[in-house]
Design a protein around this ligand. Structure first.
Ligand code: FAD
Length: 223
């Protein structure tokens, strides 16, 4: 889908934790927003300031988008997101980005998220299982403590419903150490890693040390 200028309105706002806020947007123009799970929108905050927010919901609901942000960084994006209230108008451009899962890919996906980097992976994984994916997939989701594992209960529930989905919340070790431990073999694997640049590099190094091709590690760098 070609990116275009869009208008939406805030329908609801929820604080998932003290620093993580979720908002539901209702599309106005266009009335339906076509995108691929994992894509993001670009929000202009002023003529010189733009921030990216990934769509946490799935393409199955094109009239409503959910966004989810960690507002702890405290810059202009966080201030804007924290202040959103029902009825507010949101202008954005999208859909953007190539951190998307191709269904034709026969490889076994390993998703790795660092904290708020879970947002595109939540959309991809929810969409995959809601549309009959059924094949094995694993998620290693790192956060500094369990309170930062937003959507944890959703992933636990998904893993109960779909035994082919292995969910590994990680707090006691680094994301790269967990990936190393959880991945005895990289044969037939494709990795999707989202979060900070440092973690992306470490996870990629851990997988490449086991023989995975660099190109088999797809990544989305939030910070
Ligand atoms: C493709 C893409 C998709 C994104 N999707 C999301 C999303 O769905 N949800 C979301 O919360 N953010 C997302 N971001 C990050 C977002 O665009 C902003 O960078 C973030 O909200 C911080 O903006 P700010 O203006 O408050 O802080 P800034 O003033 O821009 O940043 C302050 C400092 O914090 C660092 N930083 C930014 N975010 C984090 C973080 N989460 N943890 C630690 N350090 C951080 C920055 O690198 C910088 O050093 C995405 C970024 C990209 C590039």
């Amino acid at each position: 889908m070609k990116p275009r200028e869009c208008q939406a309105r805030v329908a609801a706002r929820r604080a998932l934790t003290a620093e993580i806020v979720e908002v539901d947007l209702t599309m106005e123009d266009p009335p339906q927003f076509e995108f691929a799970a994992g894509q993001w929108i670009s929000v202009p905050l002023s003529p010189k300031t733009v921030r990216a927010y990934t769509i946490a919901s799935t393409p199955l609901e094109p009239r409503h988008l959910t966004l989810c942000a960690d507002v702890a960084p405290g810059g202009p994006g966080s201030a804007w997101f924290r202040g959103l209230a029902p009825g507010d108008r949101v202008s954005f451009k999208g859909p953007l980005g190539g951190f998307v899962y191709s269904r034709g890919d026969a490889r076994r996906p390993l998703f790795v998220a660092e904290e708020i980097g879970i947002v595109p992976i939540r959309s991809i994984v929810t969409w995959l299982y809601a549309t009959g994916f059924g094949r094995p997939a694993a998620l290693a989701y790192w956060a500094r403590d369990p309170g930062w594992l937003v959507y944890d209960e959703e992933f636990r529930s998904l893993a109960r419903r779909y035994p082919s989905f292995a969910y590994h919340p990680v707090v006691a070790e680094s994301a790269a150490t967990a990936v190393d431990r959880l991945t005895p073999s990289v044969e037939g694997l494709v990795a999707y890693v989202a979060g900070g640049g440092e973690t992306i590099n470490r996870v990629r190094d851990a997988l490449m040390a086991k023989g995975l091709d660099r190109k088999a590690v797809k990544w989305e760098k939030f910070w």
